[in-house]
Design a protein around this ligand. Structure first.
Ligand SMILES: Nc1nc2c(ncn2[C@@H]2O[C@H](COP(=O)(O)OP(=O)(O)OP(=O)(O)O)[C@@H](O)[C@H]2O)c(=O)[nH]1
Length: 584
């Protein structure tokens, strides 16, 4: 029994704590010295049991077994006492904390919001360097040093140890770690962040400033400032600081006028060339990989039709069905079958020939909508309103787009207009930190239109090039959503009749046919004039993009094939058509 307990404790990395009590117990039996020299183990158990009532350590040792089995209650009443009195209780809670902590790590990916908040608080104790002690208060530290008295606290921490080994060193920072990683990705464009950091640095009351420190500070500080929406934002974008902080050539701002946003801001092409090339897979490779499910299913079905069969009415009908089932839409399906029939009717046709013709026809459908996003910088700022159903990738797309713009030397301000979800607000703040873009946010449930108006004013004051406004997308309450979006558009128009200058809708490719309706709805509600197709990676329904293009004929500016900051690329009709058709 006792051994079992000790082992458990060891596993938590608290040998010291346990061993001590064990030794203490052994000490009393020292009276038997000579005799017991050989049987230390056997004695201990005896000693443990005897002193049970008196010596607390002995009790806890036995309880560990009872832990899993509350069966112990049957054991001598003595046992139950020690539990409540001592740590045995905490030992059991240990498993409890495990579930508690797990939820944290899990939400981490989805709701990094929690993480940023923690760091946000830490910065306060930022003087941490001076007070490493307060940090222990966080719990993680105690487990390492403290022994018995802290066991209860340690217990909850122990569950973490498993994943916690890293946290042991810098638990909180670990959570923030992901941010530095992102920052690292953004680093490729070293010159850009510099000026931006300069801005943020200027915002800091204390003027702390090294790049690395700055990053950490911003990660925590930014959110807080964003919360102080009313005054904060303006402070965030001191045009002076921004320009001063742009010592690097890359930081040069594009002249007023129209710029094209593709892989980078077009007007910055010369400077962008200096940026280090990404070592990752080529865009087309990633696109092919992302659409592999769509193309494989399609290719498999096509191959099934044309194996040892001539092209006739039946095969054409079968092909049409396959294309429609692949979400390409009736119009495109007919285009493909017509084109195929025109040149190959009555002949043997290989599936590869069919897919090649399909790629050509799909490209024809997509070509008209594969347009680059153009920003009119004569507007200060050019306002981009991002709409779409919840979860379609609005916030993520805003972050990716902000990264492109800031890397291109443009100053960007973000507005957390989805005031219905705290997570959405926090998520945008994180993107703001990553892209060094000020975020205007307000309390949960605040009037989104009021926030948009406020953000527009602040962006004007700050001289921002672009203002990107996030919005809620609660289609489940269509009337309310419609009223809110209409109000946002109306309010923005008071400051600039032409605003919002771009209304982007994010469309989740995994949605399938319902995406067609979503575009219809948001187009009518918010005047959508451009699309971003997200989550094309890993879906078998990528063909829906073709159906949307054929039906709505709205520009598709970008497509998303992942959650990373660089997983947003300008839409290429040719690349997409080849990728989904599975031809080189
Ligand atoms: N695989 C993949 N995931 C994506 C892509 N774009 C966004 N996501 C993920 O989709 C989820 C929802 O994205 P959000 O940006 O929060 O979507 P949203 O529309 O802002 O959602 P709400 O905040 O609820 O309105 C997140 O987990 C994103 O990481 C993409 O292109 N590919």
């Amino acid at each position: 029994m006792a051994f079992g307990f000790i082992k458990k404790v060891f596993s938590f990395g608290k040998k010291e704590a346990v061993e001590q009590p064990a030794e203490d117990e052994v000490l009393p039996p020292l009276n038997f010295d000579a005799l017991e020299a050989l049987k230390p183990t056997e004695e201990t158990p005896v000693a443990l049991e005897t002193p049970v009532a008196v010596e607390t350590p002995a009790v806890p040792v036995e309880e560990p077994k009872p832990e899993p089995a509350p069966e112990r209650p049957s054991a001598p009443p003595v046992v139950p006492e020690p539990k409540p009195a001592e740590q045995p209780v905490p030992v059991e809670p240990a498993p409890q904390p495990a579930p508690e902590e797990e939820p944290k790590p899990e939400p981490a990916p989805e709701v990094p919001v929690v993480e940023p908040e923690k760091p946000a608080e830490q910065p306060a104790p930022a003087p941490s360097p001076v007070e490493p002690a307060p940090a222990p208060a966080e719990v993680p530290l105690p487990p390492a040093e403290p022994s018995t008295p802290e066991l209860p606290e340690e217990v909850p921490v122990q569950p973490a140890p498993v994943p916690a080994e890293p946290p042991l060193e810098v638990p909180v920072r670990d959570e923030v770690a992901p941010q530095p990683e992102v920052a690292a990705e953004a680093e490729p464009a070293p010159a850009i962040p510099l000026p931006l950091e300069g801005r943020v640095a200027a915002q800091r009351p204390g003027g702390v400033a090294e790049s690395s420190d700055a990053t950490q500070f911003e990660a925590t500080q930014a959110p807080s400032t964003a919360e102080t929406t009313p005054s904060g934002p303006s402070d965030h974008l001191p045009p002076e600081g921004g320009e001063d902080a742009q010592p690097s050539p890359v930081a040069q701002k594009p002249a007023a006028g129209k710029v094209t946003v593709q892989k980078k801001v077009e007007q910055k092409a010369e400077i962008v060339e200096a940026a280090a090339p990404a070592p990752r897979q080529s865009w087309f490779q990633r696109l092919r990989q992302g659409l592999s499910r769509s193309s494989k299913e399609l290719s498999g079905n096509i191959a099934g039709i044309f194996t040892k069969r001539k092209l006739d009415e039946d095969t054409l009908q079968d092909l049409e069905d396959v294309l429609i089932r692949a979400d390409l839409g009736v119009e495109t399906a007919l285009r493909v079958t017509d084109a195929l029939a025109a040149s190959r009717y009555g002949k043997d046709v290989s599936d590869h020939e069919v897919r090649s013709i399909m790629a050509v026809e799909v490209e024809k459908v997509l070509k008209p909508v594969a347009l680059p996003l153009e920003l009119d910088l004569s507007h200060k700022p050019h306002v981009i309103l991002v709409v779409g159903v919840n979860g379609t990738g609005k916030t993520t797309t805003i972050g990716k787009l902000a990264a492109k713009l800031t890397e291109g030397g443009l100053s960007v301000m973000l507005a957390a207009g989805d005031t219905f979800r705290a997570a959405a607000i926090e998520q945008l703040k994180i993107w703001g930190e990553r892209t060094k873009s000020p975020v205007i946010a307000s309390k949960l449930g605040a009037d989104a239109a009021g926030l948009a108006y406020d953000a527009f004013e602040k962006a004007k004051e700050a001289g921002s090039d672009v203002l990107i406004i996030d919005t809620a997308g609660r289609l489940q309450n269509k009337a309310e959503l419609m009223a809110e979006l209409e109000k946002i558009v109306r309010v923005l128009g008071k400051l600039d009749p032409e605003a919002p200058h771009t209304v982007l809708q994010t469309v989740d490719a995994t949605t399938g046919q319902n995406a067609l309706n979503q575009v219809e709805i948001f187009r009518n509600i918010a005047g959508v004039n451009g699309l971003v197709m997200t989550k094309l990676d890993g879906t078998a329904r990528g063909g829906i993009l073709v159906a949307i293009a054929a039906k709505h004929k709205l520009p598709v500016y970008f497509i998303g094939v992942g959650e990373q900051v660089d997983d947003l690329e300008p839409f290429s009709a040719s690349d997409f058509a080849k990728a989904i058709a599975g031809v080189a």
